[in-house]
Design a protein around this ligand. Structure first.
Ligand SMILES: Cc1cc2nc3c(=O)[nH]c(=O)nc-3n(C[C@H](O)[C@H](O)[C@H](O)COP(=O)(O)O)c2cc1C
Ligand SMILES: Cc1ncc(COP(=O)(O)O)c(C=O)c1O
Length: 411
């Protein structure tokens, strides 16, 4: 028979095992509580009872709270960010119950804690057995749900890096320094740096590992516009949030870049089209330097597409066609807004809108300074996220004769 002399905790590089170890310790404390119920009527708050009460208090007042924080602030948000499809649905069903349990267990614990405090001090031998039983039952079924559903899912979905991220967050919560010996930390990194923390998470530790798909030379189509169309269809099919939103980067006359989101309205062999105000900041920049870069990031598919090229205005007919297809209120808004120019306040903007609405009725006229731009691409890169930042990148470059070359880039 294999006896363990000591109750050895697993290392934080196996965070799921650490969480399971916490459960085992909780089970021990629950057993003690159960025994205490039988002990008190016979022996009163004797020295054994006082010690048992103190041990249970110590555990649930400190370690259990940290354990719940591990789950609420790290494990579950990381799982929610990683899980897809059936796993995501399962999490949506389970997580609200887990969070509600944590709150209920905390309330039930506070009630027991008051009684245990009296016992620990030898002042009382009263322990509400119904309350103890409720607490034990709730914890027992709660841990079973986590061990049956959450832990196996985390083990299946988390990459090595995510396990490390979870383990270090749990270590940090307990004030334990990472295990890398100081001698191995390069000298320039030994200065103390303060972390940026958002919602309890160290910003520098936020890290998703990608692994949904791959992109090989054989996967991509010969024509990059057709390849873009394929990925755009897939983004639509996957119900990516605003798949038509793209970043548009332009430069000023000194080469200083600026970027903003615009909506793509058309793509074909001529290029990629969006609509805006020609006098806006981007309009002025494109007038002086008609080169731009577009970027799509389809996070749900772990994909980005980078497109670079030369920009021209769409024909007046095309701009008319799109302008008049927009809701009338958006047409009025486009007329009323001197896009990118400062204005005193919202009230002034509303007044300008009302004045345009009054003047144009239900038939606004497209102003000359509002219309489309089309970017004629010379370079299009398709990027598919892969495990451990070892991504796939295939780039197409347009040749003088209009044909496209294709090559793989390193991640
Ligand atoms: C999702 C989204 C879509 C947008 N679409 C457009 C658009 O199609 N055309 C546009 O002019 N501005 C659009 N905007 C507003 C631009 O991001 C930007 O604020 C505006 O065009 C002014 O940019 P500029 O001052 O650099 O010219 C959009 C913003 C967001 C967040
Ligand atoms: C200022 C501005 N212009 C144009 C658009 C494109 O909108 P629509 O799809 O209504 O043409 C947007 C979209 O957010 C916008 O913010």
């Amino acid at each position: 028979m294999n006896h363990h002399l000591f109750d050895t905790a697993p290392d934080f590089n196996q965070p799921i095992a650490v969480l399971k170890h916490c459960h085992d310790r909780i089970r021990k404390q629950l057993e003690t509580l159960q025994k205490l119920l039988g002990h008190l009527p016979v022996h009163g708050a004797d020295s054994d009872a006082r010690k048992a009460a103190q041990a249970v208090q110590k555990y649930f007042n400190h370690a259990a709270a940290l354990h719940h924080e591990d789950e609420e602030e790290n494990l579950m948000p990381m799982l929610q960010a990683t899980a897809r499809d059936a796993d995501a649905v399962q999490l949506e069903q389970i997580i609200p119950g887990i969070l509600a349990d944590h709150q209920q267990m905390e309330r039930e614990w506070q009630q027991l804690n008051t009684q245990l405090e009296q016992i620990a001090q030898g002042h009382s031998a009263e322990l509400d057995s119904a309350a103890v039983q409720r607490f034990i039952d709730r914890y027992t079924s709660h841990m079973a749900v986590e061990e049956t559903n959450i832990a196996p899912m985390a083990k299946r979905l988390f990459s090595h890096e995510q396990m490390e991220q979870l383990g270090s967050a749990m270590q940090a919560r307990r004030g334990i320094k990472p295990s890398l010996p100081q001698s191995q930390v390069p000298e320039q990194h030994q200065v103390p740096v303060s972390n940026t923390v958002a919602n309890g998470v160290v910003l520098a530790d936020i890290r998703l590992d990608y692994g949904r798909a791959s992109l090989t030379e054989d996967d991509v189509l010969a024509d990059p516009i057709a390849q873009f169309g394929k990925w755009f269809e897939e983004a639509m099919h996957a119900k990516v949030n605003e798949p038509n939103a793209m970043s548009l980067a332009t430069v000023d006359t000194e080469g200083r870049p600026s970027s903003r989101i615009v909506l793509i309205k058309q793509y074909d062999q001529r290029g990629f089209t969006w609509y805006t105000n020609y006098d806006s900041q981007k309009g002025q920049q494109l007038r002086a330097t008609p080169h731009a870069a577009l970027l799509f990031f389809w996070s749900e598919l772990e994909r980005q597409v980078r497109i670079e090229g030369t920009v021209t205005k769409t024909s007046r007919e095309e701009s008319d066609k799109y302008f008049y297809s927009r809701p009338v209120k958006s047409q009025i808004g486009a007329i009323a807004s001197k896009q990118s120019e400062p204005i005193a306040n919202r009230a002034q903007m509303e007044a300008n809108y009302d004045a345009v609405a009054e003047a144009s009725g239900d038939q606004p006229v497209r102003p000359e300074h509002w219309g489309g731009y089309r970017l004629d691409p010379v370079r299009i890169e398709f990027w598919q996220g892969r495990r451990s930042r070892f991504h796939d990148r295939i780039v197409y470059c347009k040749q003088a004769d209009g044909s496209w070359t294709r090559e793989r880039l390193q991640p």
